[in-house]
Design a protein around this ligand. Sequence first.
Ligand code: SAM
Length: 262
Amino acid sequence: MGDIPRFTHQLAAAGFVAADLEAVRIVDRCADLGVADVDGVVARRVAGEPLEHILGRCWFAGIELEIDPGVFVPREETELLARRAVEVLGAHASIGDTVVDLYSGCGAVACFVASAVPAAEVVAVESAPGTVRCFEANAKRFGVRAVVAEATAFEAASLQGSVALVTAVPPYVPTRELEFLGRDALRYEPVGAFDGGADGLRWITVTIDAAARWLAAKGTLLVELSEPTAGRAVSFVEDRGFRARLHHDDDGLVRFLEATRP
Ligand SMILES: C[S@@+](CC[C@H](N)C(=O)[O-])C[C@H]1O[C@@H](n2cnc3c(N)ncnc32)[C@H](O)[C@@H]1O
């Protein structure tokens, strides 16, 4: 505790906006994990490395997961989508409990859903080689079926028309906007986790087409996206006969699209 003012000073000097909160977060997480060299952790944070990569752990909606350097770090804003997934499963228990989570990363959404709805059969799909170790380890711990595959190649015949819920946090940043990502994102996380192609819709449309094949009647797709792509994603999904609803955060920003099959 006594070191927090010193760490705050170091982080503020490195340009951290909420340096005091970050110092507390570092000290608390190190205490939880029994990490003795907190000075070493702060030095790496000052250089820009995500705390999650330094500690090998990330936290998402109340669960703790393994994460390796170079893997996309789950974002707090995605918790909105994950919590909605649990609500949807509760409301549509009659259409089954099979969930497919595409673009799973370390497995945050899939593992959260599996922990909140133990009866759900959760299948998670991720393709990046550097992500596979922690993806498979987390999936095993939470009872999720991990599939290492490209989203475009994953096709389970047994799933056609039987899935209650598809969740997806695809890469959705338009390529020309990648340069505006936070200072350290592309130094420590893979560009393939962010790059949504020229219009940001490349993987969103792949996801909508997959959901159209897999979902049962009344099944739901939840896909994370951002303001600039939302309107076109809504048109795309409505053209395929889905009912669409955009979800916003407390600041009024679009966070994800919910699309329900008739
Ligand atoms: C924005 S991250 C989201 C990860 C995770 N859902 C989360 O919220 O922490 C996107 C993930 O999709 C993976 N990915 C990108 N293209 C993919 C593809 N064609 N097939 C499968 N996974 C892909 C990336 O490796 C990355 O882990």
